[in-house]
Design a protein around this ligand. Structure first.
Ligand code: HEM
Length: 184
């Protein structure tokens, strides 16, 4: 996957939990020195497998669940990392719903813009269906099957736009999102 996803995770761990925890997680993931670390980079990409190992080890070291890790990542990516690194996308987005419906085009564009082209990037795809006012059903397609991260990112959008967001996971590939209301 594109390196920024991994770099964001490193930044989040360092800022929220400290350098010592980061070192423990890196070392448990076989990334303790610069040489091994660089081995998993390929141009602008970082190994999907090593990213998965990092997430597994951070859950152990920080004593949190995968869902909590995904929520922390989602909020940090949406509220801090992406606005700083990709401001041009934020300039076009007006609301939580707007963001959710533009994800396919944002991911295609950001992949095409990346320095090493599209070689190892397989951006997720999202089919958005409007079920009712403020209710979306979204089909998430990715060979990485990171629906927990997807849900964490949707929650991050709610935080960013100060919009209450409720998410129902229908399957590993589908969620329903209600915005600005309660009900599940
Ligand atoms: C400006 C905002 C965003 C940018 C620039 C961005 C960019 C990216 C990039 C570069 C990747 C790596 C793709 C690859 O290597 O193939 C990625 C992965 C991902 N993005 Fe985004 N993203 C943004 C917002 C979002 C939002 C709001 C969501 C969901 C609500 C989302 C969901 C995901 C997921 C789930 C992945 C993991 C990879 C996968 O599922 O295959 N992204 N994003």
């Amino acid at each position: 996957m594109r390196a920024p996803i991994f770099l964001c995770l490193i930044e989040l761990i360092t800022k929220k939990f400290g350098r010592e925890k980061l070192d423990k997680i890196l070392s448990a993931s076989g990334l303790s020195d610069n040489r091994t670390y660089m081995q998993y980079f390929n141009g602008f990409d970082f190994s999907d497998v090593k990213f998965g190992e990092m997430v597994k080890n951070l859950c152990i070291v920080l004593d949190i669940t995968k869902e909590q890790a995904a929520d922390a990542f989602g909020e940090y990516w949406i509220c801090e990392y992406a606005p700083r690194e990709y401001p041009k996308y934020y300039a076009q987005i007006k609301s939580a719903e707007d963001f959710l419906t533009k994800l396919d085009s944002i991911h295609s564009e950001v992949t095409a813009d990346s320095p090493s082209g599209t070689e190892a990037a397989h951006p997720p795809r999202f089919d958005v269906e409007h079920i009712d006012k403020n209710i979306l059903r979204i089909h998430y397609k990715s060979r990485r099957r990171m629906i927990d991260f997807y849900i964490g990112l949707v929650k991050g959008i709610g935080v960013y736009f100060k919009t209450p967001v409720e998410i129902r996971k229908i399957s590993e590939e589908e969620i329903e999102v209600r915005m600005g209301s309660t009900g599940y």
